[in-house]
Write a protein that binds this ligand. Structure first.
Ligand code: PEP
Ligand code: MN
Length: 284
């Protein structure tokens, strides 16, 4: 692919210029308790799970269901960045414990979001650490995540440019951690009918300019469960290395992001259609 902007980011550590081959990130590495999941360099990966960890029973139902459909990594928020201080803030440390218990029982690697450096020691048992859109430019947090080797799922800020996203990844990389997955999760535009505007051209652009894997989160990008399937298929067609999908057994009663969460049955159908379209996906 011809890089559209011949800009100086190409010579950064995240750039393809000095690292032409795709980076492959392994999640759940060197752990007897979970299966290994790979992404990048032709490895496609779907991360699925609820917006928030709510209970052991909820996580068990979801882990069982999404694993059966082919998801290789389980998500679940314990520390939740909510717009309103009156909204559910997450089960916090208890949520991470439930997530880890589910991980060990279902042998599936897990990812959850960190919101503060001071909480990092609670993340020892998880396989990948998420930096959410609101923390994409929390540079001290990024530096700290660069000092450790656990994979980092770095989500694009809702008003961040692609260069800013790449520079945030560079912060982590300069510390020595190259295990980074970039995530397009929609940006703020003048359009208001959906939660965000999914910037799909970010996928081929990022894939051209960086060697890091790129995934799409159609759930936060649209805020609407009916949009999750079409945008997932579009993301795969555009060449994404994976997807992150919010799934809940009872979306109407979800403690957060119910309107964008899909039922397990809908997720099973999504996985079938994603797999069917994969052979036709754009690749560089
Ligand atoms: C999430 O994935 O749980 C989340 C809060 O997403 P974002 O940071 O993209 O808003
Ligand atoms: Mn959510």
């Amino acid at each position: 692919m011809v890089c559209i902007n011949e800009n100086k980011e190409l010579s950064y550590i995240v750039g393809r210029k000095n690292h032409p081959e795709d980076t492959v990130v392994t999640i759940g590495k060197k752990s007897e308790d979970v299966a290994e999941a790979k992404i990048g360099g032709g490895n496609f990966l779907v991360i699925a799970g609820p917006c928030s960890v709510e209970s052991e029973a909820q996580m068990a139902t979801i882990a069982d269901g999404v694993k059966e459909s082919g998801a290789l990594v389980l998500r679940g928020g314990a520390y939740k960045p909510r717009t309103s201080p009156y909204s559910f803030q997450g089960l916090r440390e208890e949520g991470i414990k439930i997530l880890n218990k589910t991980r060990n029982k279902y042998h599936i690697p897990v990812v959850t979001e960190v919101m503060d450096i001071s909480h990092l020691d609670q993340f020892d048992g998880v396989d990948m650490i998420q930096v959410g859109a609101r923390n994409m430019q929390n540079f001290e947090l990024l530096k700290e995540l660069g000092k450790q080797k656990k994979p980092v799922l770095l989500k694009r800020g809702m008003s961040a440019t692609l260069n800013e996203l790449l520079l945030s990844a560079e912060y982590i990389m300069t510390g020595g951690n190259t295990n980074i997955i970039l995530c397009e999760r929609g940006i703020r535009t003048f359009e208001t009918v959906l939660r965000n505007t999914l910037d799909l051209s970010a996928v081929p652009y990022l894939k051209g300019i960086t060697h890091l894997p790129v995934i799409v989160d159609p759930s936060h990008a649209t805020g609407n469960y009916e949009m999750v399937l079409p945008m997932s298929l579009a993301a795969v067609a555009a060449g994404a290395d994976g997807l992150m999908i919010e799934v809940h057994p009872d979306p109407e009663r979800a403690w957060s992001d119910g309107p964008q969460s899909i039922h397990l049955e809908r997720f099973a159908d999504l996985m079938k259609r994603v797999n069917a379209i994969r052979p036709f996906a754009y690749c560089r």
